[in-house]
Design a protein around this ligand. Sequence first.
Ligand code: PEP
Length: 250
Amino acid sequence: MSRTPIIAGNWKMFKTAGEAASFVAEVKGKAEVSGVESVICAPFTALPTLVEAVKGTTIKVGAQNLHFEDNGAYTGEISGVMLKDLGIDYVIIGHSERRQYFGETDEIVNKKAHAAFRHGLVPIVCVGEKLEEREAGTTNEVVRVQTEGALSGLTAEQVAATVIAYEPIWAIGTGKSSTSAEANETISYIRSVVAKQFGAEAADKVRIQYGGSVKPNTVAEYLGQSDIDGALVGGASLEPASYVALVEGA
Ligand code: PEP
C-alpha cells in the first residue's frame, strides 16, 4: 500500500494574517512537490487570508482546533461548520498543548474527530507519551489508549482517511527527538492498534506522522522509515525557507 506523505506545519500561536500572506508568497511554487501533501495549520485569525493565498497552489490549509458541537452557547469557540465554510481541509485535534493547557481528554478528542468528519474535515489526531511514561516503559499502553479513545465510533472508511500524528511530548519544541527507528516502532504499534479495532485495510491506509523537533535535515530520515508517512512540524515550519526544505525533504 503506498500512502501519500504529508508534511503539516503547525504554526501554533504565531503569525498574523498579513504574515501568513507573506509566507505563502515566499513558498508558492516551492513547497509544492509532486507526491507530497503540504498543509499549513494556522491560527483561526489567519485562516481566511491563508485560504485565499493558497488558491492556485497545491498547498492545503488546516486549523489547529475545533469545537465538538456545530453551534451553541460556547463563547470563544469555533465549530466545524465555520471551518468548512472558510474552505479549510484539515484540523489538528488533541495536540498535547491542548491536552495539557486546555484539559482535552480522549473523550473530547473523540467528539472532535466525529465533528470533523461531520463537516468533511480531515482530522490530524495527535497522540504521544510524556517523558515519565516513556521512562516507566508505558509508551505503547499510553498511545493505545489515546488512539482507541480518539477513533472510537468512527467507521473504518473514516479511520482510513484520518491522519494520526505520533508526537512524544518530551520531543515537542525541546530540540530532543525520538530516533527514527524508535518513532517507527511506536508508529508500527499504533498501526497495529488501528488494525485490531478497524481492520487491516483501514490500518494500511491511515497515515501516521511523526512529530517532535523535526528539522529540514532530519525529515528524510523519518520518512524513510517503513511506517512513518509524514511529519507534523512546529518550530521548523515557521520560516518559509525551512518549510520549503521540509516539503522537499519528504
Ligand atoms: C508540534 O507543534 O506539533 C511540534 C511537533 O513542534 P516542534 O516541531 O517545534 O517540536
